[in-house]
Design a protein around this ligand. Structure first.
Ligand SMILES: Nc1nc2c(ncn2[C@@H]2O[C@H](COP(=O)(O)OP(=O)(O)OP(=O)(O)O)[C@@H](O)[C@H]2O)c(=O)[nH]1
Ligand SMILES: [Zn+2]
Length: 361
């Protein structure tokens, strides 16, 4: 028997699960998600699982489908794939906008406590990208940590890189690591607390899998969520998202590298990332100041005096514009879906009236 508290199960989840227990369903956490196939961990162990027909029918979009980290209510099928009947409400989710024109959310990992926003201190390091990731992370309900990997490649100006990262993410811890070196990951260990779910997010090649393998490797024989086959392979596939448990009890989610993070965030996430700008805004003459040339704008004054880096200011405006346009397109989509639903309702009522007509004759 597996103790699901080792995978983050707690009293609040148990309470939310009540109605499903009554239906004979079992709690399970999604530890791997690849296309339509989930791997879930239940009290009995790891099994493959698929959503039920009804689940599929009722889903409003891709974000309603299981993602790694989700808690699910599953119907066990002896000798076969378990059936996912429902997901428990997410406490939060690291979400991106799916690539392409559609306004579609894509859940990268659900129920995450901490996100390691991993950059490589090689060509990959870019503070503007970090701002984008931090905004998304705050919006996900998880706490971000900026992890600068490959510190071995920047021995001379490491402190400068750390300071640069810290300057664009007020209040966010910044740690430098060397995934290939003995003891090189010590700086992230304090965040690896038992029962905590930590997602590794970042561009391809920054060293996410290397870090996770190193952390697992030292305690490999005690890991629970990794199947024998996967242990043999040694490395985690980067085409799927996977949750593994360290012997120390932390739950790590490896995610495939992203070329670009499509912004799916909210104003709170933006304000938190640009905290100093948000704080200054309270001193603008007009309470609804957009900081776009209004008189008495404290933010503009701070940019002009050099207190705020103009590049950071531009980055803020760019992200804000992106959020506004995302908001508009989301609303437009919601309106169209609503009209469609109303249309369906109306058609159904007409049909019903027609069907009932003979009674009134
Ligand atoms: N010099 C140096 N190289 C590193 C370090 N960490 C990882 N690498 C190398 O960086 C390359 C990419 O590492 P991966 O772990 O595959 O990167 P990833 O982020 O998992 O990439 P995706 O799976 O594509 O998202 C590998 O060749 C690693 O050996 C480090 O701390 N220093
Ligand atoms: Zn202003």
């Amino acid at each position: 028997m597996i103790d699901l508290t080792e995978f983050g199960w707690d009293a609040a989840l148990a309470a939310a699960f009540g109605e499903f227990s009554a239906q004979g369903l079992a709690p399970a956490r999604v530890v791997k998600q690849a296309r339509d196939l989930s791997t879930v961990i239940t009290k009995e162990g790891e099994v493959e699982a698929e959503v039920s027909g009804r689940f599929r029918h009722e889903a409003r979009g891709p974000a309603d489908f299981p993602a790694v980290g989700d808690w699910a209510a599953v119907r066990p099928v002896p000798g076969g794939r378990a059936v996912i009947e429902a997901l428990l409400p997410r406490r939060g989710a690291f979400t991106r906008k799916a690539a392409g024109e559609a306004v579609e959310a894509q859940v990268v990992a659900a129920n995450v406590d901490t996100v390691f926003l991993v950059s490589g201190l090689d060509g990959d390091f870019n503070v503007r990208r970090i701002e984008r990731y931090v905004t998304t992370a705050w919006s996900s309900g998880a706490s971000p940590v900026i992890v600068l990997n490959k510190a071995d490649l920047r021995p001379d100006d490491l402190a400068a890189a750390e300071a640069e990262a810290a300057a664009v993410a007020p209040g966010v811890p910044v740690v430098a690591v060397r995934a290939l070196d003995e003891g090189g990951l010590d700086a992230i260990r304090p965040f690896l607390r038992p029962g905590r779910t930590i997602a590794f997010i970042g561009s391809s090649g920054v060293g996410k899998s290397t870090m996770i393998n190193r952390l697992l490797g030292e305690e490999r024989f005690a890991t629970a969520a990794v199947s024998d086959a996967e242990e043999g392979r040694g490395r985690h596939t980067t085409t799927s998202r996977e949750l593994v448990r360290l012997a120390g009890g932390a739950l790590l989610v490896d995610t495939p590298g992203m070329r670009e993070l499509g912004l799916w965030a909210d104003d709170d996430g933006l304000d938190r990332t640009f905290e100093e700008i948000d704080r200054l805004a309270a001193r603008c003459r007009f309470p609804d100041c957009a900081h776009e040339g209004e008189p008495g704008c404290a933010v503009r004054a701070a940019v002009e005096s050099g207190e705020i880096d103009p590049r950071r200011w531009e980055s803020y405006l760019k992200l804000r514009r992106e959020l506004r346009s995302l908001e508009l397109r989301k609303n437009e989509k919601a309106r169209r879906q609503h009209e469609k639903a109303v249309g369906r309702d109306f058609a159904a009522r007409i049909k019903e009236i027609k069907r009932n007509k003979p009674r009134y004759r």
